[in-house]
Design a binder for this molecule. Structure first.
Ligand SMILES: Nc1ncnc2c1ncn2[C@@H]1O[C@H](COP(=O)(O)OP(=O)(O)OP(=O)(O)O)[C@@H](O)[C@H]1O
Ligand SMILES: [Mg+2]
Length: 143
């Protein structure tokens, strides 16, 4: 899978997230890349609208992981403050990977060596010209 989208609003980024979410299966892992304010949380909010309707999706900045209950639960990580594998163990990262839910992780730049064998990378880049424009690239990756 290799997909690219240009969005011109937060709502359009949420819509791309919702559409992509329809192709996800239990145990899938979505690794999100992109700067501060790129739109990672907006994408996860859109995806969760399909996967965990009613979930109040917010950046798990202080909690590190938010859980959104659903038939297949959604786990939403923010790796911004993760600096080593010990921190991953202490948040239960490897347990989450194995319990059948769908994981979204923001700031995967921080955990590159610890990503699972199979994941979707979602990279969001801001336009330098227009503050509302984003480029979203989705790639299925194997290691
Ligand atoms: N096309 C767009 N797609 C997504 N967000 C947009 C777009 N245009 C403007 N925005 C704005 O950019 C911001 C994106 O915020 P969001 O929290 O989703 O980013 P983030 O990548 O999760 O940031 P952080 O690294 O702080 O977690 C919001 O204020 C949103 O309204
Ligand atoms: Mg965020």
């Amino acid at each position: 899978m290799y997909l690219e989208f240009i969005t011109k609003s937060t709502e359009e980024t949420e819509a791309v997230g919702a559409k992509f979410a329809k192709s996800l299966k239990p145990s899938d892992f979505v690794a999100m890349f992109g700067d501060l304010g790129a739109g990672k949380t907006a994408f996860v909010r859109g995806a969760s609208r399909y996967l965990a309707p009613g979930a109040a999706v917010q950046s798990p900045t202080y909690t590190v992981v938010n859980e959104y209950p659903a038939k297949v639960p959604v786990y939403h990580f923010d790796m911004y403050r993760i600096d080593d594998e010990d921190s991953l163990y202490s948040i239960g990262y490897y347990d989450y990977l194995e319990n059948g839910g769908i994981c979204f992780a923001e700031w995967c730049e921080k955990i590159e060596p610890y990503l699972p064998d199979h994941f979707y990378s979602v990279t969001i880049r801001k336009s330098v010209e227009d503050p509302d424009v984003r480029c979203i690239r989705i790639v299925e990756e194997y290691r």
